[in-house]
Design a protein around this ligand. Sequence first.
Ligand SMILES: Nc1ncnc2c1ncn2[C@@H]1O[C@H](COP(=O)(O)OP(=O)(O)OP(=O)(O)O)[C@@H](O)[C@H]1O
Length: 464
Amino acid sequence: MQQRQLQNHQFNQQQQQQQQFVDQRPPPSYQIYQQQRTMDQQQQSRALSESQPPSSPPGQWNQPASSGSASLAASSVTAASVANRNRPLRQSTASTSDSNRHQPVRAVSSPAYRLSQQQMQMQQPPMQLPQQPHQFIPQQQQPSLAMDLAARLEQQLNAAAASAQAARSLTHEQFRSALERVVLPEDPRLFLDMQGFVKIGEGSTSQVLLTRDRRTSRQVAVKMMDLRKQQRRELLFNEVVIMRDYPHPCIVEMYGSYLVDDELWVLMEYMPGGALTDIVTNKNIRLDDCQIATICQPVLQALSFLHSNGVIHRDIKSDSILFCRTGHVKLSDFGFCAQVSPELPRRKSLVGTPYWMAPELIARSPYGTEVDVWSLGVMIVEMIDGEPPYFNEAPVQAMRRIRDQQAPRLQFSRPVPPELADFLGRTMARDPKQRATADELLRHPFIARFASPDVGCLLQLLSR
Ligand SMILES: Nc1ncnc2c1ncn2[C@@H]1O[C@H](COP(=O)(O)OP(=O)(O)OP(=O)(O)O)[C@@H](O)[C@H]1O
């Protein structure tokens, strides 16, 4: 059944591509990119169908009975994660679809690493169209209102999940027209250098390409997300509103978002230093305490800012931390954000990347901004040990351990100063009430003692 859906989907895509060719005649490099993409999708589809265990329904990942209070049985994983869950976690990249793509202008974070970070999301029924379509808020309106929209949509989705009868699906066209109301109206193909596209990254929900904005001559990163391929498409509203409405020096700057056929394109500041993942997974690089503190400081500043605005990132990990050419660090990847407010102070959705998820989130307890602080702790472990705790275990097993056991055992592949050990302990307190806030961590002695006022120590990392 799922195979058939995939085939239909590929067929539709090919049709769309042919249509694009006829109607718009995109320049050659863009065509090559599109063709490559279709080939990649076909490869992925094959991998998916090959890896489905015969006993499990497609896309579902049934869990054994759990010993804890909450069961993981309702969990499911994205297609990419199902396809890759049987692969060794640090397998070479040869078997991935990245192997024959355009040479990136810089190293793309290790595909095997990224692919192993199975992003777990609840399978939710599609959201309902709001009664009045004009409820959707235009791009220029107040940030809090726009964010409320995303929160309302998610709320709506949860409500839909609770009521099977209410779970009527929104058609693709309805969803597209809703999204159309929050993006900019222009066609970015008119001002982007369509011949200059170079792939620089790939996530579970997107492709990221580099090109030039001909109006300003500046380089821009273009994150392209196919509306039809999102497990929780309502989260795409996050991609539009968060970077736009919450500008901060430690958050990647967004220039605009657009709908191009069935894709959402988000144009943003190009971060040529790449992701922190490239550094932590490089066995020849060992981050010292100064470098760790100097990376944590801007991340905490971004989190403090987001949290004070009621935004939970929900996907803090080394992949979400990008480097400027200058060595400065910025937070990115806001696709999984959620809003909390006095009316809705806690969230419940199982969203994030398994090894980085906080225990209360896995346990399906109502959670708040504290989950980001836990994930930051896991990211610090990545910076010390090269990988998060339990990374040699299957995601579900790791999640069960995070949920049920004491704070993760750290390998501590090198001795750490007491300030860092304490800092980590404050981030990875199992009880969210005992966990430090981003503001508290910014004042912690580890940051005070080790964070460098300039980023010279980080520049060394990029030059290697
Ligand atoms: N502004 C940028 N400049 C340079 N590279 C970028 C930029 N944004 C993203 N990338 C690259 O593309 C990769 C994927 O981007 P991103 O993490 O936003 O996608 P995603 O689909 O949301 O991924 P995830 O699976 O982590 O949710 C990043 O890890 C990074 O290597």
